[in-house]
Design a binder for this molecule. Structure first.
Ligand SMILES: NC(=O)c1ccc[n+]([C@@H]2O[C@H](COP(=O)([O-])OP(=O)(O)OC[C@H]3O[C@@H](n4cnc5c(N)ncnc54)[C@H](O)[C@@H]3O)[C@@H](O)[C@H]2O)c1
Length: 312
């Protein structure tokens, strides 16, 4: 069976993707992850079925032999945070740009058939037009957004210049089990889960009316696998959202109702680099990749809450 490599496979989305790949018996799965924000325990019950290489994608020489000969590389390793890229931009720059270059180069030189790259909806920035279409001019508002966009450009150019098939998927606010709530840079829904179960009010930056296209992690993982197989997709970028949007106030209300509690949030200053609204136009991903998100926001929140209740 062909080798499949997942960079960032010990992280939140990467570990869900590894599970999907194993469930579908897509091939032998190997993970490259330096455990900077990921955890070995995210792959715990998969021990023996997946090989974890504790390597840093900044180390081109170390990762090349792992990537060589793979059928597909899913490149998810990154420092995935807007505020962190503002507070401490150097590591984000080195990992998200130079690390991505190293992965693409190793794939091109190692005979890999296709690389699927985890891009980001942050590329759209604060333009007011909704929904966001891939044809819109990017307007990155933070170092992180620039870095993920450069990764997209590199992916596309590795196809046009070096013939390496690449597909970039712009993820839109992914949520679900295993999203780490332990850092102030964590995704908002994982922080909401933690506050809800601890019965403490969350801090919402701004008035809470900002909205996001929250996408359940298993729908993202399923789309990654489709992107690895779709014909005519090489060199392109697709939105990987759900095609809807919900405000933070709506989500926090829904979670309080699920738990039968009342915990009014604390409202803080809006955060630097945050965009006001975000929603994907998924027409291209549906038509060209077969994207078919399955999980409603209510179902996704219920499953996520259940996981945090029993596991986190
Ligand atoms: N979570 C979202 O809503 C979202 C939205 C848009 C894009 N993305 C992208 O999806 C990908 C996965 O994000 P996530 O939410 O699962 O975050 P995560 O932090 O859980 O996963 C990132 C993984 O990369 C690993 N990593 C970091 N630096 C590394 C390095 N130098 N070498 C090897 N491994 C390294 C981390 O240890 C971690 O396991 C990232 O590329 C991120 O930019 C995520």
């Amino acid at each position: 069976m062909k080798k499949i490599v997942v960079t960032g496979g010990a992280g939140f989305i990467g570990s869900a993707l590894v599970r999907t790949l194993l469930q579908r018996a897509e091939g032998e799965v190997e993970v490259i992850d330096n455990l900077l924000t990921g955890y070995e325990h995210n792959l715990q019950e998969l021990a023996g079925r997946v090989q974890l290489h504790k390597l840093d994608i900044r180390d081109a020489r170390a990762i090349a032999p792992v990537i060589r000969g793979a059928g597909v590389v899913y490149h998810l390793a990154a420092i995935p945070s807007v505020p962190r890229s503002i507070a401490d931009p150097v590591p984000s720059h080195e990992i998200n740009i130079a690390g991505t270059f190293n992965v693409l180069r190793a794939a091109a030189e190692g005979g890999v058939r296709r690389v699927v790259y985890a891009a980001s909806s942050s590329a759209y920035g604060d333009s007011e037009t909704l929904p966001k279409k891939e044809s819109m001019a990017p307007r990155p508002q933070s170092p992180y957004a620039v870095q993920k966009l450069v990764g997209e450009y590199y992916a596309s150019v590795f196809y046009s210049c070096f013939g390496l098939e690449t597909v970039a998927l712009r993820f839109f606010n992914v949520y679900g089990p295993r999203q780490d709530p332990s850092s102030p840079y964590s995704g908002v829904l994982s922080l909401f889960m933690k506050h809800l179960l601890n019965r403490t009010p969350p801090t919402i930056f701004g008035d809470g009316e900002q909205s996001r296209d929250f996408t359940y992690v298993e729908d993202v993982a399923a789309l990654c696998v489709k992107a690895a197989q779709a014909t005519g997709a090489a060199g392109k970028t697709y939105n990987a959202g759900n095609g809807g949007r919900f405000t933070l106030n709506f989500i926090w209300d829904a979670l309080q109702k699920m738990e039968g509690v009342q915990l009014p949030p604390v409202y803080g200053q809006p955060r630097e680099g945050d965009v006001r609204h975000s929603m994907a136009d998924i027409t291209s991903a549906v038509a060209e990749l077969g994207h078919a998100p399955q999980c409603s926001i209510e179902e996704g929140l219920r499953r996520t809450l259940e996981w945090y209740r029993t596991t986190a």
